[in-house]
Design a protein around this ligand. Structure first.
Ligand code: VGL
Ligand code: ZN
Length: 256
């Protein structure tokens, strides 16, 4: 709260401020947010086992199930990468859109994992991935062994053809958002537990957005798998620097 010019504290400012933090302290509410535990990241064209970390995406399924069996979350969300077939993140589609003159990689030379700049508008910097998680295909389905508790809500992202969305909250240009934040706010959620794939891409973006939105954010390390060891370590560091937590799944039951 502010001081007036004469140094007096303006109590009027204190009342709304207090309601913002006393209620969450008295009534913490936890949500579980699983990110992109979908077939294409486990055994499809973007399976994370082909990346330097040598991780297997399937390895998150059982620890996530174990958390959901052990802890009753009032709110459970499964985010899903859900792209139209003509999505701009697919290397197969690089010829569909005009590149900006600032793009260092041309359409003819573009390889998977290169970054190109589309002319737009809006101008978009885009990393190119193999085709994955096309809407309505097996690759976009959640892994069949996942437990989906009653009331689980699916959050679809990357659904617009011209912009990618690593975060379960906003697209990569922060121009549009999913329903997730509004759903969390509506239910008074204060604490968000995040796990899934890929640790250093979509889990990272979702956790950092959750922190920006003011949620107590807890990244469940052993329920997440990623692409690159350095990127995974950088993700842990960023979450901690932004006052989030990185925990092991066995710790969760004593926190919620
Ligand atoms: C993801 C690359 C492209 C992810 C999604 O879920 O981490 N990575 N689309
Ligand atoms: Zn994607």
């Amino acid at each position: 709260f502010d001081q007036n010019s004469d140094g007096a504290i303006d109590r009027g400012e204190f009342i709304p401020c207090a309601s913002e933090w006393i209620a969450p302290l008295k009534h913490p509410r936890s949500a579980f947010l699983a990110i992109d535990v979908q077939n294409d990241f486990i055994s499809g064209p973007l399976n994370i086992s082909s990346f330097p970390a040598g991780h297997n995406g399937k390895d998150v399924v059982e620890p996530i199930n174990q958390v959901l069996r052990t802890v009753h979350f009032g709110n459970v969300y499964f985010a899903m990468d859900y792209h139209p077939a003509n999505h701009s993140s697919f290397i197969e589609n690089v010829h569909l859109r005009e590149l900006d003159p600032s793009s260092e990689v041309s359409a003819a030379n573009a390889k998977v994992f290169d970054t190109v700049v589309f002319k737009g508008p809006p101008k978009e910097t885009q990393k190119l991935w193999p085709r994955h998680c096309v809407q309505g295909t097996w690759g976009s389905d959640l892994h069949k062994d996942l437990i989906l508790p009653n009331g689980t809500v699916r959050i679809f992202k990357g659904t617009k053809d011209d912009v990618d969305s690593y975060s379960a909250f906003w697209d990569n240009n922060k121009l549009s958002e999913t329903a997730l934040n509004a759903l969390l706010r509506k239910d008074g959620v204060t604490n968000v537990y995040i796990a899934g794939l890929a640790y250093d891409v979509c889990v990272r973006a979702s956790a950092l957005d959750a922190l920006k939105l003011g949620y107590n954010t807890i990244l469940i390390d052993d329920c997440s798998r990623g692409l690159d060891p350095a990127g995974i370590e950088a993700t842990r560091k960023s979450v901690l620097e932004n006052h989030g937590l990185v925990v092991n799944s066995t710790e969760v039951k004593d926190m919620v």
